[in-house]
Design a protein around this ligand. Structure first.
Ligand code: DLL
Length: 433
């Protein structure tokens, strides 16, 4: 279902006009209210009156994660503090957290974007949404909660973890829709199998999954384990949380809510804007936010734009499912690779579980050495050692032929790789320690 056809199916020229009007407003607000942006624009010699067309956005400065950290906690606030009604933060595992402060208007934007997102996955007022994204400073739980309420569905605000209780509630309350990270969906399906619960017999038939990289094959795996349709949803704390972009029933790229978040793709090295179809770093400008609006925020996420019309009728630009983050890219003996590519190849190999860990070490010859730990399926593990050796060789060969990378595979026993209830940790990089 299309939640808001007026904006989602808008004719392009109309949308561009709207975006330009919002951009002019935003630049004026940032210049007058946020000293950080005034300084940046003064250095570049740009004034709000210099913005005449959407292309003029290229004259404006970027904002980086470091800028946000340096301005922690409230340096980028653009609204009076008494207008803030809610605050969220990223986990901040690698430094000071990044902060998003919401006015009531911003909460309304978030509700709207998440309602569009969940409606595109088929959510209606008749659904029972089991929301297992974490609640708290993380945006996942509250975002899906707002979306479900805006549509008028029933929400089970489970948060993440306590898997036995999740499965009990799922059966007793007849959940029809699941919202959580793909890795947690996978973990829950394992626990269900161990508890003898047949997920195919439950009313659960769709889910919105995101917050971490996952592959097309992981989608198929989740869909077949649950007997449901699994949709990819994308977002980040800095911009609004989940709700920035989402898949529709065509599942051919994620529609960006571009009347609210203006997207660009740039070359991460030079900062140059790239043409449609070229892969690069995704950049967003929040067009209508009040609390902590951002200009040209560099997400570090890698994708490309698809502008061909979509069969669903929405006219918004789509982004290809994320390839990964610039900071997650591994360079294995000269070949650039994202963990999700390894996942995609691995899931097709018979005898393995979709559970893996990539360990990167600096070898004696100063070359990067990569060990791929892969869990073997239970029935396979009790087999002959020779079969295990064959499986190990097979995985190494597949990685070599499909991805052109040479890595060492270590097969591990079932259930030994740590399961995740939130964002899975797939890479341990010992070079950074
Ligand atoms: O993860 C917001 C969110 C919650 C999105 C629930 C979707 C569902 P952060 O914790 O700030 O916010 O992390 C944002 O997670 O820059 C991407 O690198 C990654 N990410 C988010 N969605 C996807 C996705 C939330 N669908 C960062 N595929 C982003 C791949 C994703 N990576």
């Amino acid at each position: 279902m299309i939640f808001n056809p007026e904006y989602e199916c808008m004719e392009n020229e109309g949308r561009k006009k709207l975006q330009l009007a919002s951009l002019k407003n935003l630049v004026e607000t940032l210049y007058t209210r946020v000293p950080f942006y005034r300084k940046k624009m003064d250095v570049l010699g740009i004034k709000p009156r210099d913005i005449h067309s959407l292309r003029d956005i290229e004259k404006l400065p970027f904002t980086t994660k470091d800028d946000l950290r340096e301005n922690y906690p409230r340096g980028l606030l653009a609204a009076p503090p008494d207008r803030i009604v809610e605050v969220h933060m990223s986990s901040g595992t690698t430094g000071k957290p990044v902060v998003d402060e919401y006015t009531q208007n911003d909460i309304n934007i978030w509700r709207e974007s998440m309602a569009r997102t969940m409606a595109a996955a088929g959510c209606t007022k008749d659904d029972v949404v089991q929301n297992c994204y974490g609640y708290g400073l993380f945006t996942g739980g509250p975002g899906a909660h707002y979306g479900a309420l805006t549509i008028g569905a029933e929400v089970l605000p489970m948060s993440s973890g306590n898997t036995a209780r999740q499965l009990m509630v799922m059966q007793d309350f007849g959940s029809t829709m699941l919202t959580c990270t793909p890795s947690y969906a996978l973990y829950m399906s394992e626990e269900a199998a161990d508890a003898g619960i047949d997920l195919h017999k439950l009313p659960l038939c769709k889910g919105c999954f995101g917050a971490e990289p996952w592959s097309e094959n992981m989608r198929k795996e989740i869909e077949s384990r649950y007997g449901m349709k699994a949709y990819d949803i994308y977002g980040l704390t800095e911009i609004i949380g989940p709700g920035v972009s989402f898949e529709c029933e065509a599942q051919n790229g994620l529609h960006i809510n571009e009347d609210l978040f203006y997207p660009e793709i740039i070359d991460p090295e030079t900062g140059r804007v790239l043409p449609d179809g070229e892969k690069g770093e995704l950049v967003f400008t929040t067009l209508t936010k009040d609390g902590t609006p951002l200009l040209r925020y560099r997400t570090r996420d890698i994708t490309y734009f698809m502008r061909e019309p979509c069969t669903c009728g929405r006219t918004t630009v789509r982004m290809h499912r994320l390839f990964g983050r610039t900071d997650d890219m591994l360079i294995i003996r000269g070949v650039n690779i994202f963990p999700s590519q390894i996942e995609q190849a691995l899931i097709e190999i018979e005898g393995t579980e979709p559970q893996y860990l990539i360990v990167v070490n600096r070898g004696e010859s100063r070359l990067d050495e990569v060990e791929l730990q892969v869990e073997v399926k239970k029935d396979f593990f009790s087999d002959e050692t020779k079969d295990l050796e064959d499986l190990r060789n097979k995985i190494e060969n597949v990685m070599k032929s499909k991805l052109q990378i040479t890595l060492k595979v270590k097969l591990v026993e079932p259930k030994t790789i740590e399961r995740s209830i939130g964002k899975a940790k797939r890479v341990i990089d010992n070079r950074k320690i």
